[in-house]
Each structure stands twice: as C-alpha cells, then as structure tokens.
Design a protein around this ligand. Structure first.
Ligand SMILES: Cc1cc2nc3c(=O)[nH]c(=O)nc-3n(C[C@H](O)[C@H](O)[C@H](O)COP(=O)(O)OP(=O)(O)OC[C@H]3O[C@@H](n4cnc5c(N)ncnc54)[C@H](O)[C@@H]3O)c2cc1C
Length: 177
C-alpha cells in the first residue's frame, strides 16, 4: 500500500524523530538493493537513534498507511530487504551490546549489532554466538533472526531463532522486553 502523501510522511518523520530521515532519490537508490538480484526503491529510509525512535517511526508510518521494512546488514539473498516500504536501517545507531551475563550465558543487545562485533565482546568472557553465516563480518543479529540464519556450524548448533528468549519487538503497543 503506498502512502497517501509521501511529502507529509517525510516531514512528520523529520520533525518527530531524532534519527536520520532520508527520502531523497540518491538514498532511495542506495537502498533499492540487498545482496540479491532484486531491485525496488523504498518509499524512504529511516535510521533510528534507538528503539524508542524506531517505535515512533513505525507509529508515524502506520498513521500514514505506509508499510515498514527492517534492514540490518542488507546481505539477504532473496530480496528480503527491499520493497515499496519505509526502510528502517538499524545498523548505524542501534548496535549496542547492553549486557553479558556469563553465568547464564545470556546477552542483551540491540538488533543492529554485527555478529563479529558481538563475538569480539563476548569472547573476552570465553563465549561466542555459535552460528556463523559466511557474512559474519556484516550480518546483524536482527537480520539473523529475520532470516533464521545458520552457517558453517549448522550441523551442531540450533538455528538462530531457537537461541532467542525475548527479542525486542518493534510493533507499537506490543510488549517490549
Ligand atoms: C556471500 C553470502 C554468503 C551468505 N552465507 C550465509 C550462510 O552461510 N548462512 C546463512 O544463513 N545465510 C547466509 N547468507 C545470507 C545472509 O547473509 C544471512 O541470512 C544474514 O544473517 C542476514 O543478516 P543481515 O543483517 O544482512 O540481514 P538483512 O539482510 O538486513 O535482513 C534479513 C531479514 O531480517 C529482517 N530484519 C533485519 N533487521 C531486523 C530487525 N531489527 N527487526 C525485524 N526484522 C529485521 C529484514 O527485513 C529481512 O527480512 C549469505 C549471504 C551472502 C551474500
């Protein structure tokens, strides 16, 4: 569904968000592709500063009837990261590892953290996230959950989604943990 008024949508996002709002043709072209052969310029792109900013962006898009699509490293192979939607790029600002509980072997992190970045931090305590897609230097935890990624350790590690207890949800009004 296309938004009724893209200009008004961009203006409200720009006014209310702290993150970056990019609706110009150059940025729409940049985000028209992922690692697949599919091409589709988005309505526009939002780089939220934090989870609250992303929730606000989703609420604004809902009010303007604009679909929303998340993006991490953009390494998807089947066109998952491009569509006629407002793209939320989590990778620039929402990339913090918030806590590491060594005893429980549990990490709380934001969805835009790159897998190698996460492992660099947890390895200090002797822990690594066991799954390893070939794109481990670029792929994000949010994108790995989205794709249910696996990789070179797939024969002895459960797939990605089975490793997450309570991922943050970015649906307005939904429970966030
Ligand atoms: C050369 C190459 C090798 C690859 N090798 C492997 C491999 O060995 N194993 C494997 O499993 N895959 C592989 N892939 C595919 C891809 O790299 C992985 O699936 C990777 O984990 C995707 O992560 P990403 O951050 O790039 O996700 P993206 O491509 O950015 O997104 C993936 C999906 O998750 C959704 N998403 C992203 N962030 C969020 C969020 N915060 N909230 C909700 N949804 C979100 C997106 O909308 C999309 O549907 C490979 C790709 C390439 C190009």
């Amino acid at each position: 569904m296309a938004p009724r008024n893209t200009g008004a949508l961009a203006a409200e996002l720009t006014r209310r968000l702290r993150g970056e709002v990019r609706f110009d043709p150059g940025n729409r072209a940049l985000y028209a592709a992922d690692a697949s052969n599919y091409r589709q310029p988005p309505i526009g792109v939002v780089l939220p500063r934090d989870v609250e900013d992303a929730v606000a962006a989703i609420e604004i898009c809902r009010d303007h009837d604009a679909p929303v699509l998340s993006r991490g490293g953009g390494t998807s192979l089947a066109g998952e990261c491009r569509n006629d939607a407002v793209v939320l790029d989590w990778s620039k600002y929402c990339d913090r590892v918030e806590s590491v509980d060594v005893e429980k072997r549990r990490v709380v992190c934001q969805p835009g953290v790159v897998l190698d970045q996460l492992n660099r931090i947890t390895r200090r305590d002797g822990l690594v996230f066991g799954l390893k897609p070939s794109t481990h230097g670029q792929c994000t935890i949010g994108g790995m959950i989205g794709n249910n990624s696996c990789g070179s350790t797939a024969h002895h590690e459960p797939r990605c989604r089975r490793r997450f207890l309570l991922p943050h949800t970015d649906t307005p009004g939904a429970h966030r943990s």
